[in-house]
Design a protein around this ligand. Structure first.
Ligand code: ZN
Ligand code: MN
Length: 251
């Protein structure tokens, strides 16, 4: 189901059946001492493959970079390795990929976002692409995968502990999902145990490095487990499949 693995005749044949095409959008960003820089790209790619298997879709190559990491949601630009795009670069990437897929006949797209800061740049790329494509019947869903986690799943994942999706950077959610999909890429012996970061209700430019815990994780990742990752992955797969069936149903 990886679109990039298909030869062109296979691609043409598959697109004739009007599949949902997934575009995972990630980042190259610090994720603490225990997770790889590519975490925000690896997770939506894996989740998109699961969803594509469920609905018979195809998965585009992931956009491996994202919009500027912010201290309060991703640690900010001060960590070695964090490699940010300017807004227009990401907008153009999303726009160009959607326009090209539409030119080849793709009509159903699900853009699966794995990096918090990407949301509005991705939205703008979709918006400009829709205007460019015109009335070809193309429909696009944009979803941040964590928004597919309902209260029951969040209760199970966070147990009685503090719960703040805003601080879930390199913490329980991402570490658990990585333990489920890519356990060999998690450095178990380096999982940090920072208390929840406390941020002021504003941003500063240049970023203030002292706001961010030195590990780069915005709250403790100690409670992460592969079982929690599987629970979240299954919840996301099934809720995404339901949403796709609803929104892309023939009218
Ligand atoms: Zn992340
Ligand atoms: Mn991120």
């Amino acid at each position: 189901m990886d679109l990039g693995d298909l030869a062109w005749p296979e691609y043409a044949e598959r697109v004739k059946a009007n599949p949902v095409v997934f575009l995972p959008v990630g980042s190259l960003e610090q994720h603490g001492p225990h997770l790889p820089l590519a975490t925000d790209a690896l997770l939506p790619a894996a989740l998109a493959r699961d969803a594509a298997a469920e609905v018979g879709g195809l998965v585009l190559p992931t956009i491996p970079y994202g919009y500027r990491s912010m201290p309060k949601s991703g640690g900010g630009p001060g960590f070695p390795g964090t490699t940010d795009l300017e807004a227009m670069t990401l907008i153009h990437l999303v726009h160009d990929i959607l326009c090209e897929q539409a030119r080849h006949g793709v009509r159903k797209v699900c853009v699966l976002v794995g990096h918090y800061e990407n949301q509005w740049m991705v939205t703008e790329g979709i918006h400009l692409a829709m205007a460019r494509i015109g009335g070809a019947g193309v429909r696009v869903m944009r979803v941040e995968y964590w928004d597919l986690l309902d209260e029951a799943v969040l209760d199970a994942v966070f147990e009685s502990g503090p719960r703040s999706i805003a601080l879930e950077h390199a913490a329980v959610m991402e570490t658990s999902l990585m333990l489920h999909y890519h356990p060999e890429r998690v450095r178990l012996d380096r999982i940090p145990d920072d208390p929840p970061a406390e941020f002021p209700p504003y941003d500063m430019f240049p970023a203030v490095a002292a706001w961010v815990p030195s590990s780069g994780a915005l709250t403790s990742a100690k409670a992460a487990t592969a079982a929690k990752g599987r629970l979240m992955a299954e919840a996301i797969r099934s809720r995404l499949a339901v949403a796709i069936a609803k929104e892309f149903a023939p009218t």
